[in-house]
Design a protein around this ligand. Structure first.
Ligand SMILES: [Zn+2]
Length: 169
């Protein structure tokens, strides 16, 4: 990209999102055992750099850069989820690792790398699901059809909420 194109690019796409520092991907890689949060059964990511950092609760809905809201995923999974809300199974997987994420967020804040805000992140998750109308299509994976928000989904989401609530101070 030449300088003029760069300028045009910056004007058209202003940098409103954070570009995540490498340590964030590395810490997420470690917490997730090298696996993509959205397809844990698949081959692990080769290195932290081969994954992409995604906002679990979509950034376009609530701009929350707190560490608890970040997950490491395949670029293809990230592209497929885009700004959609994840289904119950993914929310449970995310909630399961909320404890380790909270711990590391404290450390990362101390080191000035990143900030955490576990209560706010949790509040935004609840709000985003409280606002869902019945039947709303939830993203269920790169190769899966969207899952309508129904009783089964609500149960999984509630289980995730209860789990996270039990971890908060
Ligand atoms: Zn994936």
């Amino acid at each position: 990209m030449d300088v003029q194109t760069q300028r045009l690019h910056r004007r058209l796409f202003p940098a409103t999102r954070l570009v995540f520092a490498r340590p964030v991907a590395e810490v997420l890689y470690e917490i997730q055992g090298g696996r993509c949060l959205y397809c844990p059964g698949s081959t692990p990511l080769r290195t932290p750099g081969t994954g992409q950092v995604d906002h679990f609760v979509p950034w376009s809905r609530f701009s929350n850069d707190a560490f608890e809201n970040l997950v490491l995923v395949h670029p293809s999974c990230n592209g497929s989820k885009n700004d959609r809300s994840a289904s119950g199974q993914h929310t449970e997987a995310w909630a399961e690792l909320y404890g380790p994420r909270m711990e590391r967020a404290v450390q990362l804040s101390d080191e000035g790398v990143f900030t955490g805000d576990p209560s706010r992140t949790f509040g935004l998750l609840r709000t985003s699901y409280d606002l869902l109308p019945e039947g709303f299509p939830l993203w269920d994976g790169r190769k899966a059809a969207p899952n309508p928000f129904d009783e089964g989904q609500r149960e999984q989401l509630d289980a995730a909420v209860v789990h996270i609530a039990s971890l908060l101070p």
